[in-house]
Every structure is written in structure tokens, then in C-alpha cells.
Design a protein around this ligand. Structure first.
Ligand code: RB5
Length: 145
């Protein structure tokens, strides 16, 4: 599994910690920025990561900003993307099992790093359950038309 990750300046510390956490597990991570001390507007980063996902550059994405809110709002504006703003492990699992979210959004100023890493693990471990959940996800995607 390959992961794509991006943050604005408000999420850059969590991003670095998540990259280390995943790399230590042998998981390949593509870092779409921003880098420390480089301010970035979260809609720009969200767009880059989401378009990277749609181009098949990685399997699942993670976006971090100060709250996770701006990233999730922006990511969900990209056609074809389902981004979940998550602050607990149960929601992280459900965002995959039920909603088949391709992008996990976290807030560095909201969620401490230990919990954030557990959320990332729960998200990556989970699998979409298909069936009635796939039907509902399809209905979500048809709302865009
Ligand atoms: C940046 O200051 C902050 O607004 C951003 O990281 C995020 O929290 C927006 O939702």
C-alpha cells in the first residue's frame, strides 16, 4: 500500500510524525508538502493530494491542517473524492468500512499525535465492506451530478 500525504503549515508537524510512523512500518509515503517554515494554503494542498489520488499515484491519502476542517471541506470539493474529517479511531474505521473514504483528514491543533497515529493505523487497517454500503456510497457520488 502506498500513501499520499499533505499538510499546510498548521499540520506540518503531524505530517512529519505520520510519515516517520508509516515509513518505520515499511509503508511507502509520498509527501506532497508543505515543508517546515513554508506557509501553504490548505485548499492548494488538498487539491494536489486529491488529484494525485485520482491519477493513481497512491492508494489512500492523508491531509493535515490545524483543525482538519479546511482540508476536508476542500478535498470534498474535488469530484470523485470522499474525505473524512476524523478525531477518533472508531470513525476512522467506519470512514473506510462504510463510506469508503479515500482521504483521511486530521487536525494537528485538535488531535494529539499519539491518538492521530492510532487513527491513521485504524484507517489503514480497515477495508470497505461493500454491499449496502457500496450502494450508499454510489448514491453519494451521484449527488455530484
Ligand atoms: C491555518 O492557520 C488554518 O486555518 C488551517 O490549518 C486549518 O485549520 C483550516 O481549516
Amino acid at each position: 500500500m502506498k500513501i499520499g500525504i499533505g499538510s499546510d503549515h498548521g499540520g506540518v508537524n503531524h505530517k512529519a510524525a505520520i510519515i516517520k510512523h508509516l515509513s518505520d512500518k515499511g509503508i511507502e509515503v509520498i509527501d506532497y508538502g508543505t515543508q517546515p517554515e513554508v506557509p501553504a494554503d490548505y485548499p492548494d494542498v488538498a487539491e494536489t493530494v486529491c488529484k494525485g489520488y485520482l491519477k493513481g499515484e497512491f492508494d489512500l491519502g492523508i491531509l493535515v491542517c490545524g483543525t482538519g476542517i479546511g482540508m476536508s471541506i476542500a478535498a470534498n470539493k474535488v469530484k470523485g473524492i470522499r474525505a473524512a474529517h476524523v478525531t477518533d479511531c472508531y470513525s476512522a474505521r467506519m470512514s473506510r468500512e462504510h463510506n469508503n473514504a479515500q482521504i483521511l483528514c486530521l487536525g494537528e491543533r485538535i488531535t494529539g499525535i499519539d491518538l492521530a497515529l492510532e487513527i491513521v493505523d485504524a484507517y489503514l487497517r480497515a477495508e470497505h465492506q461493500g454491499g449496502r454500503h457500496a450502494r450508499r456510497v454510489e448514491k453519494i457520488m451521484n449527488l455530484e451530478d
